[in-house]
Design a protein around this ligand. Structure first.
Ligand SMILES: C[S@@+](CC[C@H](N)C(=O)[O-])C[C@H]1O[C@@H](n2cnc3c(N)ncnc32)[C@H](O)[C@@H]1O
Length: 279
């Protein structure tokens, strides 16, 4: 063995503060099929980004985004890297205007296009000028990257997820997805112990959903503050989960069956769990 052999980059349960397209610390440094699944919410294309930033989103009040748009070249490179490193499902959140680019890029990279799921928001933003309907949903382009027949846990149900947006009091990122939505996707599309990649981590919701459902995760986030905060959030919630589990086990042993907290209550606790100061 070479004296100074380079340590292999094989991350697990980590938020990596780097570009997911970095040569040394991104997807490019990982072997094929390293992940079971990819679930991610990338920045908009330049076209959609311009529309959102100019406030011409058809009368809806949209939150200005602070990160850059994806160029078509970056989108295509990312689609290729996702398909190369994923052996199961790839799920990409995108605006309706960007659906075609993602579907074409994933197909060109060798994935089997499956369906585009939708996320509807019962508390979604109305069209304030009343000139026409507001945008009813967000899209999740869903493709199978593996060999053989796709498998999931949802039987024959529709790929429709109706979940309220995260309240602003617990939101940590301008485009944060609700924990319940991400948990539902993880439960439907992945199995316990699976390793899930999110190359555009944001507040870390995919990682948190993986953590609380017994899956593993690797997230990338370029923004240092978001990377540190998401890592601390998942860490703090992990501690809280272990304490809750120990408590329920002890109560169970002492008094027989104890009811577990409802999943809504436990989501609220997790969403509000305050991250420790980053190391
Ligand atoms: C749409 S947000 C993701 C929000 C996330 N779904 C959540 O629930 O918080 C996209 C994030 O990707 C990050 N980002 C953009 N390009 C990146 C890249 N090449 N590598 C890693 N992170 C990137 C941005 O800083 C931004 O925080």
């Amino acid at each position: 063995m070479a004296k100074h052999a380079r340590k292999l980059f094989r991350p697990i349960d980590q938020v990596i503060c780097a570009s997911s397209l970095d040569q040394d610390r991104g997807l490019l440094a990982l072997p094929p099929n390293y992940f079971n699944h990819t679930i991610t919410d990338p920045p908009y294309s330049e076209y959609v980004h311009r529309k959102k930033m100019s406030g011409s989103s058809k009368g809806a009040v949209s939150t200005p985004v602070t990160f850059d748009a994806l160029t078509l070249e970056e989108l295509q490179t990312m689609a290729f890297e996702i398909v190369r490193t994923t052996s199961g499902w790839a799920q990409i959140f995108c605006a309706d205007d960007d659906m075609r680019s993602w579907r074409e890029a994933l197909s060109a990279a060798g994935a089997m296009r499956w369906v585009t799921c939708i996320w509807t928001k019962p508390n979604g933003t109305p069209q304030f000028r009343g000139e026409g309907p507001s945008q009813p949903c967000e899209h999740i382009v869903t493709a199978w990257c593996g060999e053989g027949r796709p498998i999931w846990n949802g039987g024959g149900k529709m790929g429709h997820y109706s979940v309220p947006t995260e309240p602003s009091s617990t939101r940590r990122h301008e485009t944060q997805k609700p924990l319940r939505l991400m948990k539902n996707l993880v439960l439907d599309f992945t199995m316990p112990g699976d390793l899930i990649s999110d190359p555009y981590g944001g507040a870390g919701t995919t990682g948190m959903a993986a953590r609380v459902t017994g899956r593993r995760y690797v997230l990338w986030e370029m923004d240092k503050d978001h990377a540190e905060r998401s890592s601390a959030w998942i860490g703090a919630a992990s501690e809280q989960l272990s304490i809750e589990r120990m408590y329920h086990r002890a109560r169970g042993a002492a008094f027989g069956d104890e009811p577990q907290p409802s999943s809504e209550q436990s989501e609220m606790n997790l969403a509000a769990s305050s991250p420790a100061q980053p190391a």
